[in-house]
Write a protein that binds this ligand. Structure first.
Ligand code: F0G
Length: 468
């Protein structure tokens, strides 16, 4: 970067990118001793989901529903109108989502998976196929629950932790075209792209790939939907990495992304900057009517969809704030900062870091622990024991067992360090780095785990372990 363009990039003559907010409300977090944490781990059967929040110092299990809201969002909450039908909040929410996405029909839901369930049980059935770059686990589960097959078609670089491809979330267009060509008429009810690709490391999709996927779907008459949870982070990656977008605003890029698609599912718990909420958006009036019919059964009347009026107002405001460039610059840089520090310590991480999390390759870090002894689980456990920090296992506990109960080691054993939005400061992250450095020194002493109890599906939520 030349000095002039560097200055434009930081919009300041100083290098330090600060949190673009100050703190108005604080929530205490509690230090525990290593002895207390050993007892807590044992009591929780070493499953991170079984630890109570009060026993966690820094919670990096997920970026979902863990954002801090702004003063404007709290003010909007007070304006919330809870009329059962036709609330003012709904119309403010609908206007904000329509302005962002351009879709004709906007259907509120209580979170992302509710939008998924309603969409897939309406438009998918037995024998049908839904392609995606990589389906998130609830997306896949909802497609499979509707009797259809979920197929992942991310580019090969998207599965290589060390590949530095700038858009590792891209769809493999050749494989998508082959699938569409082979399918019987009507066999593919819709095609999706997850932006950013959470299950592949929070990796973005380029505008070029969005455009080509959209064109391909149009050619085969297949509706094209986004899983838009992290649309704003994806838009800012496009601005930083794709030629022709440096001078466009994140908002303009997001508008362009949505307008290439026919609809979306959205968990507002991520880039909606709220603690609960989501929506389903689409242009097709017949599909929208059928989805609303189902919505009334389980979520609520179409102008609240399982949410209070105040939640709808908080989303409307959050969707605007998330596209502010000082925020997005800080957001992506703070994740990158953590990744750089972990890389320097010697952690093998998924490169380049994604938008909402850093993923450590625990299988590469702990070669003495075989996949069947859950190396990522071992690392999560050590990070909690030594620093009180909660992270998430994305490996053999989550994926290593198929629906028939057969153990098949997962492709990778990753630890996800997910960063809640606007919740932690740089000194919290520096503490995480220090704990990680300490655990790295102990890595050869870490032990594997064996399962003592597990459920037949989605076992990672309730699985119980003991150290080997
Ligand atoms: N799609 C993606 C890409 C997601 O990451 C999630 C949730 C969902 C759909 C479902 O949304 O939770 O509102 O029902 N991801 C969270 C996570 C749980 O930790 O990554 P939801």
């Amino acid at each position: 970067m030349t000095p002039a363009s560097a200055q434009r990039y930081t919009s300041s003559m100083f290098r330090t990118i600060i949190e673009p907010f100050k703190i108005k409300v604080v929530e205490p977090i509690r230090m525990t001793t290593p002895e207390e944490r050993q007892a807590i781990l044992k009591h929780a059967h070493y499953n991170m989901f079984n630890i109570r929040a009060k026993d966690i110092l820094i919670d990096l299990l997920t970026d979902s529903g863990t954002s801090a809201m702004s003063s404007e969002q709290w003010a909007a909450m007070m304006r919330g109108d809870n009329a059962y039908a036709g609330s003012n909040s709904f119309y403010r929410f609908e206007a904000a989502v329509k302005d962002l996405t351009g879709y004709v029909h906007i259907i509120p839901t209580h979170q992302g998976r509710a939008a998924e369930r309603i969409l897939f049980s309406t438009v998918c059935g037995k024998g049908q196929i839904v392609p995606n770059n990589t389906h998130f686990d609830t997306t896949r589960a909802n497609i499979e629950a509707a009797g259809a097959e979920a197929v992942d078609l991310v580019i090969p670089e998207g599965k290589q932790p060390q590949s530095r491809h700038p858009f590792k979330g891209n769809m493999d267009l050749n494989r998508l075209e082959a699938l569409l060509k082979d399918a019987k008429p009507g066999q593919v009810p819709l095609c999706m792209l997850t932006v950013t690709n959470n299950s592949g490391g929070g990796q973005p999709v380029s505008m070029e790939n969005l455009r080509q996927t959209s064109a391909l779907c149009r050619r085969y008459g297949v509706p094209f939907f986004l899983d838009a949870c992290r649309f704003a982070e994806n838009a800012y990656f496009i601005k930083l990495r794709e030629s022709g977008y440096q001078n466009k605003s994140a908002a303009d890029i997001a508008h362009e992304m949505f307008r290439l698609s026919d609809g979306c599912t959205m968990s507002a718990k991520k880039d909606g900057l709220v603690n609960i909420g989501g929506f389903l958006g689409m242009n097709d009036g017949d599909w929208a009517q059928r989805c609303r019919n189902l919505l009334v059964l389980t979520e609520g009347f179409p102008t609240y969809g399982g949410l209070a009026g105040r939640d709808l107002d908080a989303i409307a405001q959050g969707l605007k704030e998330v596209l502010e460039e000082d925020y997005l610059k800080y957001r992506l840089r703070s994740v990158e900062y953590l990744a750089e520090r972990l890389d320097k310590i010697g952690y093998p991480i998924v490169q380049p870091p994604g938008g909402h999390a850093v993923y450590i390759d625990a299988r590469a870090l702990l070669p003495h622990i075989p996949p069947i002894q859950f190396p990522a689980q071992s690392l999560c456990s050590a990070i909690y024991e030594h620093g009180g920090i909660r992270t998430g296992e994305i490996g053999n506990a989550m994926f290593g067992r198929n629906v028939k109960g057969k153990e098949i080691p997962s492709d990778m054993d990753l630890v996800r360090i997910a960063i809640p939005r606007r919740a932690y400061t740089q000194s919290h992250i520096d503490y995480v780095v220090e704990v990680a450095e300490h655990v790295h020194k102990l890595r050869e002493t870490l032990r594997g785990f064996r399962v003592i109890r597990q459920a037949s599906v989605l076992r990672h939520f309730t699985i119980e372990f003991e150290p080997v």
